[in-house]
Design a protein around this ligand. Sequence first.
Ligand code: NAI
Length: 785
Amino acid sequence: MTVSEIFDSMDYGTAPESAAEALAWLVDGGDRFGHFIDGAMTAPADGFESRNPATGEVLATLTHATQSDVDAAVTAARKAFGRWSKRPGHERAKYLYALARLVQKHARLFAVLETLDNGKPIRESRDIDVPLVARHFYYHAGLAQLIDSELPGHAPLGVCGQIIPWNFPLLMLAWKVAPALAAGNTVVLKPAEYTSLTALLFADICREAGLPKGVVNIVTGDGAVGEMIVNHKGIDKIAFTGSTQVGRAIRAATAGSGKALTLELGGKSPYIVFDDADLDSAVEGLVDAIWFNQGQVCCAGSRLLVQEGVADAFYAKLRARMDKLRIGDPLDKCIDVGALVDPVQQQRVTHMVDANTGGDTYRAACPLPETGCYYPPTLITGLAPSDALMQEEIFGPVLVGCTFRTPAEAVQLANNTRYGLAASVWSENVNLALDIAPKLVAGVVWVNGTNMFDAAAGFGGMRESGFGREGGWEGLQAYLKPDHPTKPLKPILPHSKPEEPEVADPLDRTAKLFIGGKQARPDGGYSRAVYTPRGRLLGHMGLGSRKDIRNAVEAANSARSWAKTTAHLRAQILYYIAENLSARRTEFADRISDLTGQHGKTAKAEVDAAIARLFTYGAWADKFDGAVHGVPLRGVAMAMNEPVGVIGALCPDDLPLLGLVSVMAPAIAMGNACVLIPSEPFPLAATDFYQVLETSDLPAGVVNIVTGSHAELAAPMAAHMNLDAVWSFSSTDLSKTIEREAAGNLKRTWVNNARTRDWFNAAGEGRAFLQAATEVKNIWVPYGE
Ligand code: NAI
């Protein structure tokens, strides 16, 4: 090519990065690797090959972990946990700082190895993945430093099993390992089978940093090894990033085990372009949204929604830009789009796109290398919202889109998905953008931007995109538990029918259910007699059924506008409930005494504590503030606490009034509607309590009460698709049923595994409840020039 031709085409020459150092590191390792357990590499054993997807060449042979490898890793992590968790935060901060520095020192090696192993362009691994990894360790060195003073009363969880995907191999490792270590946990991590090499290099720097043996353990292998970790009895928490399908299986597999769980799953994130957007910036944003990392990004802006009036102009600009994308050797610094991770993934994407018959498909005109796992940047427009490609995660460089007319329609289309990970909003009108952002069901919303990440801002999804956040103070919470003592709770049974029951009161005293603001008879028409401990008949309770749960959930869903009321109004109503309860204090105390057999003074104390609790959440309603995170960009990342939605809860059995109020008040203070199943043995305090609710200006449907058997109602409640969270404080251990049934729509669960909690004291109220009642949404708003 002559100089004049180069000037004419303004084409770049190739600028390949050298792979020599990374290949030498592989040779040093003998091209065969074992696991990293208890501070040392094990001898290589039977395994599998790790290939460069751009060329197909074998980079190394890795060992497939056996059950005894996983056992050894868990044992090492358990042994290390004792000392590691007891070190002052500052000690752990020093190690995290050392890891951050070593990542920076070996940045080039990490970047090249990542690109060789994964196929992503070196520009990305060098400028995005690896710097974000270092930033993550720095940030968490800071959290480790501050944890003792800022989060007293918290303890680490123990041994964390961490399973990560192949799209950001080292970055996902950092997102998992850094907060776990900062909080004082130890780790058994499994990288994805396609991309384990940077994790093994990370093992090297753990040794270089002098990290105590067993704090980080890395085992390699496929999903079968993942399952061994998930099912291991010696593990206290599972943190998983990957497909929704596997996430759901893990939710079901860990049900009832007492293991903590966070899931970062798939997405089909909307990318909304309004007609007043800066269209050129929005096109450039799309290059980042869907062609960054070949579209293999869980939060990829993979669903384009463009306002009708500008759609044609926008598509034309987009196609022109696509044609200019450069696809090829990922090690070439001039490349925009590299190789997909593996032929399996290439075939998956090909099959999905080939099966589509709708819309217009446009493939970028840029030339494709002849060999290697490449797939052309593709745009499919004119699809219907229900088309498979508009709903399913493609996880490749394929953008699908349709148009909308009004902002309301944009919101409707954007939320028409089972996922809720991320969203981008493009508009030059700040009023419009900030009106739309809170309406989108997504854990992260970027205004006039996309794929912005930082260690200080939590990342994570809603709906079937999983639960839990990674990054920021909120992410750290997922590796901590409150440090209050608990012990096993025995099932509390109703007082039984005496041998010679007294003559029944001729007046029917069957307490009804409370659904949609009205008293309702149980659908099945059954009831159960409720006695005092001495056998006096107090009345009857309605036995709620699956159908009553359905009605209650429906009523709660029609009260979702409660979330839009002001926090001030919610506070006022909580105070008003307290005032009305206070007026009937003696009557409630007598009722509790009759039901439970408690001394009058103790029963009065319960009523007083319930009144105080209502005040607590009246106080919190307008004070559980979000945050503005200090992310490194000209702009703000606003962390907003949003209500979870509709919460179903099994209330504590032992304290029929305080237990119910302690669960209800934080839920409604944060704007949720709820379905409460009160104390099973002592339900009549709850049915008296709804008379208080009826006179306290609470809108119909915000609180619904269904009395009945916890064991019978737990499953239909946990399985209901229109519930967003289920909590259980029952004395019957229903955690397995609830967590297993909740896997359907991956609703949040908070279960006690039938362990006690001191409802009268700090363990019975406060931030843990407020956090369970909210989801953090991070809205990124860049500004300035
Ligand atoms: P995957 O979810 O199967 O793999 C992720 C990780 O989980 C890997 O480390 C894998 O070994 C492990 N794993 C697999 N089965 C497991 C099991 N039963 N128990 C425990 N661990 C298990 O993802 P895969 O098959 O690699 O990709 C398939 C699709 O999943 C992609 O096309 C994409 O749509 C989606 N995906 C989404 C990711 C995200 O970040 N949201 C990341 C990776 C994949």
